[in-house]
Design a protein. Structure first.
Length: 380
């Protein structure tokens, strides 16, 4: 009898197993930057210099490849380094079509640095795949999206969009930071490139900065590997070790984030002052059907609009100030719940409504999170 294909929880724990001579169950941290040659000048173990390869980074990349169902992964020192590596696959004069609601750093690097190097870009609402068909140009080489998007949690049909983009000769990249492979696997749905800020759920404890790119095509992998090696934005062995350790508990952590978020969103939807709850698990979400089709669960992120004046931050800021348990801070995906007035951090030119708060639901008990929101709303 052949053994069954390991499930995600098992892969998370064992996919990156590698045994040292000492047979440690927990791998050692390889701080070395260089490796000794044999007398004939060869490197039979394959390790030459840590920017090109390191056992801890290899283990992390192996684990992420297995979890995403890809063929290869390159780990980076931040999510932004991973985004910039994908964009550097393109050349001057190429066009990238980008979803209109997304992490503001992506918009800044595309409109600033990449534009200076001749990359063309435009933005469109990708919830309507037919509309996307009209926006693809002859020189569109990459379609870049987030689903759920940041901060409005719009849902894009990855399968339909990938088919359309491939027919027109474009690759599809998904920034999967908000979902992780536990919630959604873009490569299975037809995307070509998965990118993560591993700083968020994959790290899971708000203490590691990192990024990753996973692909299922050898030529793409070769391109990304070259940028990783020559660009040099690689994570340290210690960060790789920590991150690989975090991955081992990812499926169970994500389950908690998703269950808690569903409970909190269902509560908030019924409260006074809460004009809108953007969460794809709610039946009221406009793309709930697409989310149910492509997501295994609905994630730990949501956003709220407080009061009906989209131009005023006052009520939203007051609600955030009233919270006692949920922490006012940027970022997401950690064990602690975080809340943020998004327009403030996005700064000039933001299109995010001023009454919007983005919430990263952590692993506290959902009753305590609901009680915190209840008392904060009561004191408005
Ligand atoms: C969706 C998304 N992508 C990319 C990034 C950038 O990642 P990093 O901060 O690790 O560079 C972030 C950071 O907030 C993010 O939320």
């Amino acid at each position: 009898m052949t053994s069954p294909k390991p499930k995600l929880e098992t892969l998370a724990v064992h996919a990156a197993d590698f045994k040292e001579l000492s047979k440690d169950v927990v791998p050692a941290i390889h701080l070395t930057t260089t490796y000794e040659r044999e007398e004939d000048g060869s490197y039979p173990q394959g390790f030459v210099y840590t920017r090109s390869e390191n056992p801890n980074r290899n283990a992390l990349e192996t684990a992420l490849t297995a979890l995403e169902g890809g063929d290869g992964c390159a780990a980076f020192s931040s999510g932004m380094a991973a985004i910039s590596a994908v964009l550097q696959l393109l050349k001057s004069g190429d066009h990238v079509l980008i979803s209109d609601d997304l992490y503001h750093g992506t918009r800044h690097i595309v409109n600033g640095i990449m534009a200076r190097w001749g990359l063309e870009a435009s933005y469109t609402d990708m919830t309507d795949v037919k509309e996307v068909a009209t926006q693809l140009q002859d020189n569109t080489k990459l379609v870049w999206l987030e689903t759920p998007s940041n901060p409005l949690l719009k849902i894009i049909d990855i399968e339909a969009l990938s088919k359309l983009s491939h027919d027109k000769g474009s690759l599809v990249a998904v920034d999967a930071t908000w979902t992780t492979p536990v919630v959604q696997r873009p490569l299975d749905l037809g995307a070509d490139i998965v990118m993560h800020s591993t700083t968020k759920y994959l790290g899971g404890h708000s203490d590691i900065l990192g990024g990753a790119v996973i692909v299922n095509d050898d030529a793409l992998m070769e391109g990304i590997r070259e940028i990783q090696l020559l660009g040099g934005a690689v994570p340290s062995p210690f960060d790789c070790w920590l991150l690989r350790r975090s991955l081992q508990s990812l499926p169970y952590r994500m389950r908690g984030h998703c269950e808690n978020a569903m409970a909190v969103a269902s509560f908030l939807e019924k409260q006074n002052f809460v004009q809108a709850v953007h969460y794809p698990g709610l039946e009221s979400h406009p793309q709930h059907a697409v989310a149910s089709k492509q997501m295994a669960s609905f994630g730990g992120m949501m956003s709220l609009q407080i009061g009906d004046d989209e131009t005023s931050p006052d009520l939203a800021m007051k609600l955030a100030a009233n919270l006692k348990l949920i922490v006012r801070a940027t970022s997401l995906g950690g064990v602690e719940s975080l809340i943020e007035h998004r327009a403030s951090i996005e700064g000039e030119g933001t299109t995010t409504p001023q009454n919007l708060l983005r919430v990263s639901i952590g692993l506290e008990h959902p009753d305590d999170l609901i009680a915190d929101f209840a008392q904060a709303l009561e004191s408005l």
